[in-house]
Write a protein that binds this ligand. Structure first.
Ligand code: NAD
Length: 357
């Protein structure tokens, strides 16, 4: 039996409820593959602030660094909105991403047949959509220097620097090609190479990395066109790779193809250390401790942990299939409930997924 150390960060709001269900599912699927998970719980976000006065205690980061993978619920609560920015719960997310050097963010947007009516787009457009957005997370205009607002010639001016080093592009391109190899071997790189010099370098490096992946069919789109194509015909995409700011916008656009926040997982990966896996939704303080939160996004994040973090694709397939079976049988949490379906709570949804593994 192989043992893995998993750092479990429930966080705030519904975070601990949904991660509990993901733990149940991981333990059940682990048995099938002779995998044992040793979960170590640690505090992050508002709950860490309450105890230690900081949202990301050193102890939490140390546990995360020593683990094989990190599973996170969510952080934040409106009651912390008046805290100084440096100790706000959300600050912990930036801190842990930096501390673990998580430079690649993988966000799938998968439309489940049973939930097709949740999308605002026509069913024939979204049926079968299964897109993976690979976004660079630590570079680009969000981190580039110089930046600032100052007064020049009597006028205020604000500026940021859109910058990528070739090695930053190379490592995210590699992750994207590897991801495409695990899927349908189709990759679209999104840039703005018709206008931006930084994008011309991006494209040059992506083309260079492509030589190592002859099986992957590579295409390029300008970001404005990519935004249109995602709405016009999302099924043309398999994996999309792009920089930080374009990825920020396109991944939110893609997630809305599915229409259901409670269903979407994500993974953030580093070059050699542990990855972090979390649902894309927040801590939903409005519904915490009511056993109504949808745990599926977190359960699918645990699936990504198994696939991308511990390299067991089959265990992830099992989890995805179990989720599909439960939806097919008509079970829904409140957020995705529709007429004629059977409403279940957070815990029941977790149990049903375990039963269908
Ligand atoms: P949110 O995603 O928490 O909630 C938005 C809406 O979706 C709410 O009505 C909520 O009830 C619902 N919802 C979210 N997840 C759900 C689930 N799994 N099941 C059922 N319903 C669900 O976003 P928000 O309300 O803007 O933010 C709440 C807090 O979360 C804030 O403090 C915010 O800063 C934080 N936040 C954290 C993260 C993160 O930890 N990664 C991400 C986004 C927001």
């Amino acid at each position: 039996m192989k043992e893995y150390n998993i750092c479990l960060l429930g966080g705030d709001g519904i975070g601990p409820e949904v991660t509990d269900e993901a733990v149940k599912v991981m333990n059940a699927v682990g048995k099938k593959y002779d995998m044992k998970f040793n979960f170590t719980k640690a505090l992050i976000g508002g709950c860490a602030y309450e105890k230690y006065g900081v949202p990301l205690p050193d102890e939490t980061l140390e546990i995360a660094k020593k683990s094989d993978a990190v599973l996170l619920g969510a952080v934040g609560d409106w009651k912390y909105d008046t805290l100084p920015p440096a100790v706000r719960p959300e600050k912990a997310l930036l801190g842990i991403r930096k501390g673990l050097n998580l430079f690649a963010n993988l966000r799938p947007a998968t439309v489940f047949d049973e939930l097709i009516s949740s999308s605002t787009l026509k069913p024939e457009i979204v049926q079968g959509v299964d897109v993976m957005i690979v976004r660079e997370l630590t570079g680009d205009v969000y981190f580039g220097e110089p930046k600032g607002v100052e007064v020049k010639d009597g006028k205020k001016v604000g500026y940021n620097n859109m910058i990528y080093w070739e090695d930053e592009v190379r490592r995210i391109a590699k992750i994207a090609f590897e991801t495409a190899m695990l899927r349908n071997k189709k990759l679209c790189s999104v840039d703005k190479a018709n206008v931006l010099d930084v994008s011309r370098l991006w494209r040059e490096v992506v083309l260079e990395v492509a030589k190592d992946y002859p099986e992957v069919e590579l295409s390029h789109l300008y970001v404005d066109n990519a935004a249109m194509q995602l709405i016009r015909d999302p099924k043309q995409f398999d994996v999309i790779v792009t920089g930080n700011i374009f990825g920020d916008i396109l991944s939110d656009e893609a997630s809305m193809l599915t229409g259901s926040l409670g269903m979407l997982p994500s993974a953030s990966l580093s070059a050699d250390g542990p990855g972090m896996f979390e649902p894309i939704h927040g801590s939903a303080p409005d519904i915490k401790n009511q056993n109504i939160a949808n745990p599926i996004a977190t359960i699918l994040s645990a699936g990504m942990l198994l696939k991308y973090g511990l390299k067991n694709s089959q265990a992830n397939d099992d989890i995805e299939n179990a989720v599909k079976k439960v939806l097919k049988a008509g079970y829904r949490t409140k957020d995705i409930m529709s007429e004629g379906m059977k409403e279940v709570g957070t815990k029941e949804m977790g149990d049903l997924i375990v039963k269908n593994l």
